[in-house]
Design a protein around this ligand. Structure first.
Ligand SMILES: [Zn+2]
Length: 325
């Protein structure tokens, strides 16, 4: 509608100019149609480009100047997030304070990249430094996710989340990646994963999160002999996972009040609550991002956590610095 009106106005303007220039009616009408067709084609091309690329300012430019998709992704990344990197000063926090860890698991290449980006942005602008569990074999150098993580390191503590996160089948039964591993196999997987994360992100991770929070005894021994300082699983560690936003075996999603009540339970035992969250918790069944779910169950959870009196966000590393874990 908008483009149609502009086309008509421009064409009339050209005809008026033609009349003023005294080139005669027949020629003027021809000029009108020619102008209408030219301007109309230009806007049609623009509209097609816009529909194809999703963003009008990318669409036209990419057709006129041949911009590549990769370049557009770069521009996309420029728009991210200058995260809030202020370090929280815990020295003035009182002895009876409660702490919570926002643990984001399953971070990997192209897997809900936009939602991971939004999660890191929202949490850091609210002053919440998260723990991001990365699956080493599912990230590559310079992918959008890797660039996002590399550019915003101060917004989170990176943890190693398995090696490939794939389930294994033994004797016809399925297990989580680290659930039944022998010592040597576990050691090798930990080493490979740690090397990948160190190559891509130049970090020496100190926290290990086993997929599905399940860890064999032998794997636990391998972790202790390795240089991991913290394990966050369900194996009885101080850093074990507490409430979760979405429970996979019951397919239930929990609202902020329920997660907070889970934290109250944790806080009745110790002063730390580890909340497990996945980017895919906030999607439609087909996999597309569900903005309503994201706002209701993630963004509102962060805000609710901030309102809890005498409760503070923390990472495993920061917690262990205070309490010498
Ligand atoms: Zn996982």
């Amino acid at each position: 509608m908008f483009f149609g009106s502009i086309t008509l106005l421009l064409s009339i303007a050209i005809v008026v100019l033609a009349i003023i220039a005294k080139i005669g009616w027949v020629k003027s009408v021809s000029v009108f149609f020619l102008a209408f067709l030219t301007v109309g084609s230009f806007f049609t091309l623009y509209t097609i480009a816009k529909t194809k690329e999703g963003e009008s300012h990318y669409g036209l430019r990419s057709i006129l100047f041949g911009q590549s998709r990769e370049h557009m992704q770069d521009q996309d990344q420029q728009e991210i997030v200058s995260v809030d990197c202020r370090q929280r000063d815990y020295s003035k926090v009182s002895r009876d304070a409660r702490f919570y860890v926002v643990r984001i698991d399953d971070v990997q290449d192209d897997y809900y990249y936009k939602i991971v980006q939004q999660m890191i942005y929202d949490s850091s602008t609210l002053g919440i430094k998260t723990v991001v569990g990365v699956i080493p074999e599912k990230v590559t150098r310079n992918s959008p996710v890797s660039n996002l993580l590399n550019k915003n390191k101060c917004a989170f503590e990176m943890a190693q989340h398995g090696l490939d996160h794939d389930r294994v089948t033994r004797n016809g039964q399925e297990f989580a990646e680290f659930e039944i591993l022998e010592y040597e196999e576990a050691y090798q997987r930990l080493l490979q994963g740690k090397n990948i994360l160190s190559d891509i992100y130049a970090v020496d991770v100190s926290t290990f999160i086993p997929p599905e929070n399940l860890l064999s005894e032998e794997a636990t021994r391998a972790l202790e002999d390795f240089s991991f300082k913290h394990i966050s699983s369900n194996a009885g560690s101080h850093f074990d996972s507490g409430p979760t936003v979405y429970e996979y075996h019951t397919k239930k999603i929990f609202d902020p009040e329920q997660v907070l009540s889970g934290c109250e339970d944790e806080w009745s035992e110790k002063n730390l609550c580890v909340i497990t969250i996945h980017p895919q918790d906030f999607t439609k069944l087909g996999g597309a991002i569900d903005v309503n779910l994201y706002v209701k169950y993630f963004r509102n959870l962060l805000v609710a956590l901030q309102r809890v009196p005498n409760a503070y966000p923390i990472t495993f590393d920061d917690y262990s610095k205070i309490y010498n874990y």
